[in-house]
Design a protein around this ligand. Structure first.
Ligand SMILES: Cc1cc2nc3c(=O)[nH]c(=O)nc-3n(C[C@H](O)[C@H](O)[C@H](O)COP(=O)(O)OP(=O)(O)OC[C@H]3O[C@@H](n4cnc5c(N)ncnc54)[C@H](O)[C@@H]3O)c2cc1C
Length: 388
């Protein structure tokens, strides 16, 4: 078997790359996915949210394209009159800062607005007027996305991208890739777990945290590790109008999800080992999340806890930003990994960028080279401060 492009990992990034390639006329694309249930894929376990409130210009530009794509997803991904429903709700993010974080919040706000994001900077009076249910003790300022930020069904986005890619001519295969084959200078194909081989002109690896393991035998070390992040649900009877995706200065977040709320937080660094399972620690909600939420939103003192799940971030330990594009030293090999918890919203722009690299040899719309692998080898971190 031989294909122009073989994509390893068929969740949202693989699907977006396949869709954009097929759209550009490259239809000899094989999308290889080991688990068609996507049970453990971050895409299926995500909090499904999009924001422009980043500290890095490239991430803001990526999400500005992301929201434009999501708003028009029905038109873009329609197949045989069926339009994917991703349930986009532009409820906004609300980042809160204490006095210690106020200058950083203001600097990030200036960057975001300068790039065209619709973000309001609010003092405590403005915060209380806009969100009367919010306790502003200890808060110096907040930034709220008036439009262009919110949440959506990431699984439905992935399904829509896959379906459209296939409708345009891409092929899918259920199989596990055991190794990337190469001749020292160039990637030549993949070997599957059953021993069979598939040759490829270009290989794109979008296999989440597994990407690092697949590249390691090629002598490529990626600073990417799986980190467990838990999402808890709860109910609150008090109506809280215009509840956004609220981010407390501690990093604890909550947002509406239908009639319920979802919430989460990163564990302290010394309790954040490489993830080995998907078990939920319910004590984390009781000890670390609920007390913070109840202090920030007094109506949350009386809540009904619900279910919970855990997924894995493909965390880039180097600078908390994605690593996208050619792998240094190995021709014909592209990657998109290390999304550090903000990768779902980046799938439209990153898939488009990967497709441009294959079809034109360079980025022609949004230049994603600041996220290139060369920054790792050259020790030039591009730190993202707003990692949720
Ligand atoms: C709890 C949680 C909350 C999140 N919240 C947000 C959010 O609000 N907003 C946001 O933008 N992002 C969020 N993210 C991050 C986002 O979900 C991910 O960045 C994104 O889904 C990554 O997509 P992916 O396609 O690169 O990887 P994945 O979704 O991890 O998919 C990788 C795929 O590769 C397959 N695979 C792996 N190895 C092989 C192999 N050897 N052969 C074949 N197939 C293979 C896997 O089965 C899997 O389907 C969150 C993540 C988690 C875990």
């Amino acid at each position: 078997m031989k294909h122009d492009v073989v994509i390893v990992g068929g969740a949202v990034h693989g699907a977006s790359a396949a869709y954009h390639l097929a759209l550009a006329g490259v239809t000899d694309v094989l999308l290889v996915e080991k688990d068609p249930t996507f049970r453990f894929a971050a895409t299926a376990l995500s909090a499904g949210s999009i924001r422009q409130q980043f500290s890095t210009a490239i991430n803001i530009a990526i999400s500005l394209f992301g929201i434009a794509f999501l708003r028009t997803v029905g038109d873009r991904l329609e197949v045989d009159g069926e339009r994917p429903e991703i349930g986009l709700k532009e409820g906004g993010y609300l980042f809160l800062a204490t006095a210690a974080g106020a200058a950083t919040l203001a600097a990030n706000h200036a960057l975001q607005v300068g790039l065209g994001a619709d973000i309001a900077h609010l003092d405590p009076v403005g915060l209380r007027a806009t969100f009367p249910w919010l306790a502003t003790e200890g808060i110096a300022a907040g930034c709220f996305g008036r439009s262009g930020e919110g949440w959506f069904d990431g699984y439905a986005l992935m399904r829509g991208l896959r379906r459209k890619a296939v409708a345009l001519g891409a092929k899918t295969l259920t199989a596990e890739v055991a190794a990337i084959e190469h001749d020292g200078a160039r990637a030549t194909g993949v070997r599957l777990a059953d021993g069979s081989r598939i040759a490829a002109g270009t290989i794109i690896v979008t296999a989440g945290p597994t990407t690092a393991r697949l590249l390691s035998p090629l002598g490529v070390g990626l600073p990417v590790e799986a980190k467990k992040r838990m999402v808890f649900t709860f109910a609150c009877r008090t109506p809280l109008p215009r509840f956004p995706l609220l981010i407390d200065p501690t990093g604890v977040y909550a947002r509406p999800e239908g009639e319920l709320y979802i919430c989460g937080a990163a564990p302290p660094a010394d309790r954040d080992p490489e993830a080995a399972d998907f078990e939920v620690d319910h004590g984390f909600f009781e000890e670390a999340i609920w007390p913070v939420l109840a202090a920030r939103v007094p109506a949350f003192e009386a809540i009904g806890p619900g279910g919970a799940w855990a997924g894995h971030y493909d965390m880039n330990l180097f600078d908390h930003n994605a690593i996208v594009g050619p792998v240094e030293g190995i021709a014909g090999l592209l990657i998109a990994v290390g999304f550090s918890g903000h990768g779902l919203q980046q799938a439209p722009a990153v898939g488009r960028g990967l497709s441009e690299l294959v079809t034109k040899g360079r980025y022609t719309s949004l230049d994603l080279s600041p996220l290139g692998h060369d920054r790792i080898r050259g020790n030039r971190p591009l730190h993202e401060a707003n990692v949720v």
